[in-house]
Design a protein. Structure first.
Length: 86
């Protein structure tokens, strides 16, 4: 039996009468590999800059007067003073 690559061949009854048939088995094993390669480069950096900004807004504040009471120096009494905001 003569097999050619890419062609199908079949065994016939005449081929089996002689008593032995030679069949070759082949197998393919894929070889897969990855390699890293540079395709582009990216430059990353920082650029420092300064700016001046003027902000206008109303600022509120609370003032308190602290007066110590007699008898205890550890815990002063704090009383808020009613004053209009700044």
């Amino acid at each position: 039996m003569d097999a050619h690559v890419g062609r199908q061949t079949f065994a016939t009854a005449a081929d089996l009468k002689e008593g032995s048939v030679e069949i070759r088995e082949t197998a393919e094993e894929p070889v897969i590999a990855k390699t890293a390669r540079v395709v582009e480069e990216v430059l990353v950096g920082k650029e420092a800059s300064t700016r001046t900004e003027t902000v206008n807004d109303t600022v509120r504040g609370t003032e308190v007067d602290v007066q110590r009471t007699t008898g205890t120096d550890d815990s002063p009494a704090v009383r808020p003073v009613d004053k209009p905001p700044l």
